[in-house]
Design a protein around this ligand. Structure first.
Ligand SMILES: Nc1nc2c(ncn2[C@@H]2O[C@H](COP(=O)(O)OP(=O)(O)OP(=O)(O)O)[C@@H](O)[C@H]2O)c(=O)[nH]1
Ligand SMILES: Nc1nc2c(ncn2[C@@H]2O[C@H](COP(=O)(O)OP(=O)(O)OP(=O)(O)O)[C@@H](O)[C@H]2O)c(=O)[nH]1
Ligand SMILES: [Mg+2]
Ligand SMILES: [Mg+2]
Lengths: 291, 278
């Protein structure tokens, strides 16, 4: 892992006492490797290393007696800062009901996260409504209904109707039945599928969500930037949810997605169960990525 | 990137960038590019188009013996067990396989081995209906080993040609879930009286380096015979299969290129290698 490899690099350099810029380059190369192995995007790594190099070749590091530790500290600080603060709150509308849309690639964890958010909101005293806008995947509506039943949260569905119509009807339903938060589960889709991306834009225009969450699998590799950039350009995301962090994926996609969209990572998924949703902590993510 | 350029260090750096962004991983990328740099020097190659041919061949040979088709059916029933992490595309791939075998006039039966996730059994039931094949299922929450037991015995009793067993998605680091998988596999082998014909690991093409951990730990739990790489219709290149071939020697057999039952292809190393630079 990075700390043991850096220790090895530092051990080789220790005989030199102080560090030269060339020595710092060697340390940065190790960090670059660690970030790439952690699935941080190639270009994001390049920009990040350049940023770190500027600080790491400053006088206070080069004249330090423990330059390696200084560099790791700088990397950790910069990484944590880049990944933003901890903002585990959904953006609400000034007028109820607030609409939250879950979007993302196939299999990322949207439906499961919708359930988890429902449970969290219910515990906070809200009255959420699930909306089944995935009319394509076999038994997608059934999946959401099972979760709704499990959590005692109502599920709005019109079967295989146009998702834009379903969203509009659900919004009206929420107003009549006093649900203050509408959680729209949408079908997984490729960011390069024009028709399906337009569907999301149409749903957005129809019900004006206060929050659009991009759900991203923590094991996503280099492609994370393409996906995030595309979804953000077309929908102006409110935030990101990173799922399946209960595995051993380093989660470099977190840095890539944040770097390319600037949008906050709000929550993380840490289990398949409905209580498996936690606030995102940038410092914990930083040390996980560095390995 | 590879046409009409001088062969110099900048070209090799650009190639590294392409391969890393294709999720080939640092180790595999450096291995391929170093080999290429050596060939360029020894064969005095100065123009990039010739070099591209060599790199494609390098990648094909890396995948060679690591690409394969599904095992040819011998004894009935031909049994396929499908495993992988959550959301990879297992259930959908089974639907596609059911369709493929049905088109070949095989009598197909599916086993609803995911007894855990909401709507999992219903999802597979719809695929069974769509493809016109039978389904063996129990209640949600029942023991997956019991479903496996029933599925194998039903396939034998009904003279099915093919049995495809679905399993619940699981992260490879969950020890109890991995031992559950081993148990399901053992039950299948015992009831079948021989090894399974295929144990396929379904891997999402958007996966990064974690795919290596997936390959390694699933291999420890069950004897994998191949990989089905899904969602290659997106923009991810699926370069992780190079590392899976290089380090774990698990052959890629199938590729998923969409969500409909006809969106399944045999893995083509040459097409894969050339598309890596697309
Ligand atoms: N271990 C773990 N599994 C998760 C997590 N979030 C979701 N899953 C699992 O990932 C799989 C996919 O989840 P879904 O909610 O169906 O994903 P989706 O994005 O709605 O999928 P599509 O609708 O097909 O695009 C399921 O097996 C979930 O149980 C998580 O945080 N941890
Ligand atoms: N675009 C595309 N989508 C795919 C492909 N294969 C599967 N999917 C989609 O990926 C999502 C997850 O597929 P599933 O078959 O439910 O995945 P799974 O591995 O069975 O998921 P769990 O049982 O929850 O672990 C669904 O929306 C599928 O339609 C593919 O090759 N291309
Ligand atoms: Mg879903
Ligand atoms: Mg499944």
């Amino acid at each position: 892992n990075l700390s043991s490899r850096l220790q090895e690099t530092m051990r080789k350099l220790r005989g030199k006492g102080r560090l030269s810029e060339k020595d710092v380059d060697e340390v940065l190369r190790e960090i670059r490797l660690a970030l790439l192995e952690a699935d941080v995007n190639y270009k994001v790594v390049r920009d990040f290393i350049a940023l770190v190099k500027e600080r790491a070749t400053g006088h206070d590091v080069l004249s330090s007696l423990t330059p390696g530790q200084q560099v790791i500290r700088i990397v950790n600080e910069e990484l944590t800062q880049l990944m933003g603060g901890s903002q585990a709150k959904l953006t609400m509308s000034p007028q109820a009901p607030s609409v939250v849309m879950m979007v993302g690639l196939q299999g990322a964890g949207k439906t499961t996260t919708t359930g988890k958010l429902g449970q969290m909101l219910k515990k906070q005293g809200h009255r959420p409504l699930f909306v089944a806008c995935d009319i394509y995947r076999p038994a997608a509506i059934k999946q959401l209904q099972v979760l709704g039943e499990q959590l005692d949260i109502p599920v709005f569905t019109l079967g295989e109707e146009d998702p834009v119509k379903i969203a509009a009807a659900a919004h009206r339903h929420a107003q009549s039945y006093n649900n203050d938060i509408v959680l729209i589960d949408t079908a997984g889709r490729l960011h390069v599928d024009e028709g399906l991306m337009n569907e999301l834009v149409n749903i957005k225009n129809e019900v004006e969500p206060s929050e659009i969450l991009l759900v991203v699998d923590a094991m996503t590799g280099q492609d994370a930037v393409n996906v995030a950039e595309s979804f953000n350009e077309q929908l102006d995301l409110g935030g990101i949810v990173l799922t399946k962090l209960d595995g051993d994926a380093r989660g470099g996609a977190a840095l890539s997605v944040k770097a390319v969209t600037g949008k906050p990572i709000k929550f993380i998924g840490v289990s398949e169960k409905m209580d498996g949703l936690e606030a995102f902590h940038p410092d914990r993510m930083a040390s996980r990525i560095l390995g | 990137i590879m046409t009409g350029r001088k062969v110099d260090e900048e070209l090799f750096e650009d190639l590294e960038e392409v391969l890393i962004q294709a999720d080939c991983g640092v180790e595999t990328t450096l291995f391929l590019v170093d080999q290429l740099r050596e060939k360029a020097r020894s064969e005095k190659i100065t123009e990039s188009t010739a070099l591209k041919e060599i790199l494609v061949d390098e990648i094909i040979s890396l995948m060679d013996g690591n690409a394969d088709t599904l095992k040819t059916p011998q004894d009935k029933p031909y049994v396929i067990m499908v495993v992988g992490v959550n959301g990879a595309g297992k259930t959908t791939t089974i639907g596609k396989l059911a369709h493929r075998f049905k088109q070949e006039n095989a009598k197909v039966i599916l086993g609803a081995g995911d007894t855990f996730r909401a709507g999992a059994i219903e999802q597979l039931a719809i695929w069974a209906e769509r493809t016109g094949v039978e389904l063996i299922s129990h209640q949600e929450g029942s023991d997956p080993a019991a479903v496996a037991y029933d599925a194998v015995n039903a396939a034998k009793a009904r003279g099915s040609d093919v049995l495809i067993l679905d399993t619940a998605g699981r992260l490879q680091t969950k020890v109890n879930l991995m031992s559950e998988l081993s148990k399901v596999h053992r039950v299948c082998v015992r009831e079948l009286g021989r090894e399974l014909d295929e144990v396929l690991l379904v891997v999402d093409a958007t996966t990064g380096q974690n795919a290596l951990s997936q390959g390694k730990l699933f291999q420890e739990a069950v004897p994998l015979t191949g990989i089905a790489l899904t969602k290659l219709d997106g923009t991810a290149k699926g370069g992780i299969v190079l590392a899976l071939a290089n380090e774990l020697k698990i052959p890629v057999k199938l590729v998923g290129v969409g969500e409909q039952y006809e969106d399944l292809q045999d893995f083509d190393p040459k097409l894969f290698a050339t598309t890596l630079f697309g």
